[in-house]
Design a protein around this ligand. Structure first.
Ligand SMILES: [Ca+2]
Length: 342
């Protein structure tokens, strides 16, 4: 019995879902560009793995966004190489300063210059060239402050016009962090308000996964399935993820048993929720319980709130889970990581 079958059976049992997973094989894949600020919070690392492991997604390029985008490119290159995906080009986004999170030393010595897929020093121009040349529609999965996307719209409007969808983590509608009442300034929106306002000024369709639905963690049997796969030959993705997660969390220990926190649960899964939204809204997984997208007209305030405004931008916003949707997401996320083989 394979991991997929095992976990599907387990999740059916644990979560009392009527049926767990559709067939993993996909006849068509959604082509995406991923824009990420990987290296700060760990959810980008989970999200990048989820995108690469999903049979429904084809990653065409990864661009790095916000603060030190060169250092982020080292992290992306190390992950893509570990996942046997080093054919995917990397675009270095707009460098703002040398700020980077705790994951960077994990990848600091990775040789960018010899990365097989190529590293573009002007990642915004590279994304524009890809958009112009692509024979298929491209979705941008936006997991970071919108610095690069605002630059894309300003510098390359024709290419920006070819974006079929921005599928983003961002915003706060009714709920703020840790269940507090919203709206409030959410990081991806508020970090660069002018960029977010520029994003909202474009005509491109936007799907948004706000804090309302995207702050959750996984622990318990599902997370233990990941830990059980750690350091096994069949699961190099899980092994890479957990080793980098433990590095990021500085090998902190939780509880009296001396367990590493990184072997106990995920951190908040903001960005993976946006990936789940991207997959389930693609039409490639009909009849999947997931996120209910509600058309809202929103504007970005000067302080970075996403406020209802009749004259604002129409944004399909994931403010509710369908019944069973969040449990389905958690199980499908873990299962996808476990099913991945290089
Ligand atoms: Ca992010």
């Amino acid at each position: 019995m394979g991991w997929h079958t095992l976990l599907a059976a387990a999740c059916c049992l644990v979560l009392a879902l009527a049926a767990c997973f559709p067939a993993a094989a996909a006849t068509h894949r959604l082509a995406v560009i991923v824009d990420t600020d990987i290296g700060d919070e760990f959810d980008d690392s989970w999200a990048l793995a989820y995108l690469l492991a999903s049979p429904h997604i084809e990653v065409k390029m990864v661009t790095t966004a916000a603060h030190d985008t060169v250092k982020r490119a080292h992290i992306v290159a190390k992950y893509l190489t570990a996942y046997n995906a080093s054919h995917i080009p990397i675009g270095i986004g707009i460098q703002q300063d040398d700020t980077i999170g705790p994951l960077y030393p994990w990848a600091a010595d990775f040789p960018l210059a010899s990365y097989p897929g190529g590293v573009h020093t002007d990642g915004v121009a590279a994304a524009a060239a890809l958009l112009n040349a692509s024979p298929e529609p491209l979705v941008i999965v936006a997991l970071a402050p919108f610095v690069n996307l605002a630059a894309l719209a300003k510098r390359f409007p024709a290419a920006a016009g070819r974006v079929t969808l921005i599928s983003a983590m961002g915003g706060s509608i009714h709920t703020c962090y840790d269940g507090k009442p919203g709206p409030c300034p959410e990081y991806n929106i508020a970090e660069d308000v002018s960029a977010s306002q520029a994003l909202f000024a474009q005509t491109w369709p936007v799907h948004l996964a706000p804090i309302d639905t995207s702050q959750s963690t996984i622990d318990g049997p599902l997370f233990r399935a990941l830990v059980a796969a750690n350091n096994t030959a069949d699961h190099p993705m899980v092994t890479t993820l957990l080793s980098s997660y433990c590095f990021w969390s500085q090998y902190k220990v939780c509880g009296p048993a001396g367990m590493l926190c990184c072997h106990n649960s995920t951190e908040d899964l903001f960005d993976p929720t946006a990936v789940f939204m991207t997959i389930t809204q693609s039409g490639l997984l009909p009849d999947t319980p997931g996120l209910a997208l509600t058309p809202l007209t929103l504007r970005v305030s000067a302080s970075g709130e996403t406020l209802s405004d009749p004259s604002g931008k129409l944004v399909n916003t994931a403010i509710h889970w369908l019944p069973g949707g969040e449990a389905w997401f958690h199980a499908a996320f873990i299962d996808t990581l476990l099913d991945f083989t290089t």
